[in-house]
Design a protein around this ligand. Structure first.
Ligand code: HEM
Length: 139
């Protein structure tokens, strides 16, 4: 029961963090969050939100996969979540590269960072639709 509660709470906390992580750069660029410059230092909050998500992700994986939950949920959903987990690692590497002010190929890395984000959102939505106990109850 406690495993289920922790898995559920960390899962929905990660959803809120992910929305904030994705929205932040667009809101900052659009000027909704005050001055845009200095852009890269102001993007540090974006990175810290990702690291907080990483901590929630470790707790989420630990409690879901060490309990009977892992045996009863949809296997395809777990595969989607596993690919998403590796993509988060790739996204952190791309993000850390983008944080470097003298980056020469910024456009290419920016584009990759954007499309990995799109892939992540699709995989995570798939995982939630297939594996969320809360959604199964609503359906
Ligand atoms: C789950 C992980 C992450 C997601 C979903 C994500 C998502 C995004 C999105 C949607 C943008 C805006 C892209 C655009 O303007 O087209 C962005 C920009 C950026 N992200 Fe991330 N990000 C993640 C991780 C990180 C990390 C860990 C860092 C730094 C350590 C980082 C640093 C940056 C920087 C510096 C930019 C601005 C790039 C530029 O305009 O030059 N990101 N991110």
């Amino acid at each position: 029961m406690i495993d289920y509660a922790i898995t559920s709470v960390t899962g929905w906390v990660m959803m809120v963090l992910l929305i904030a992580i994705i929205a932040y750069p667009f809101l900052l660029r659009a000027g909704f969050l005050g001055p845009i410059q200095p852009f890269l230092p102001r993007m540090r909050l974006h990175a810290w939100l990702v690291y907080s998500l990483g901590i929630a992700l470790l707790i989420h994986i630990w409690f879901s996969m060490s309990s009977e939950l892992a045996l009863i949920v949809n296997t395809l959903g777990l595969y989607l979540a596993t690919i998403a987990m590796f993509l988060v690692g790739a996204q952190i590497l791309l993000g850390r590269t983008l944080s470097w002010p003298k980056l020469a190929q910024r456009r290419i890395v920016q584009r990759s960072h954007f499309w990995v984000m799109v892939g992540l959102v699709i995989l995570i939505l798939g995982h939630i639709v297939l594996d969320s106990a809360m959604l199964q109850v609503v359906r």
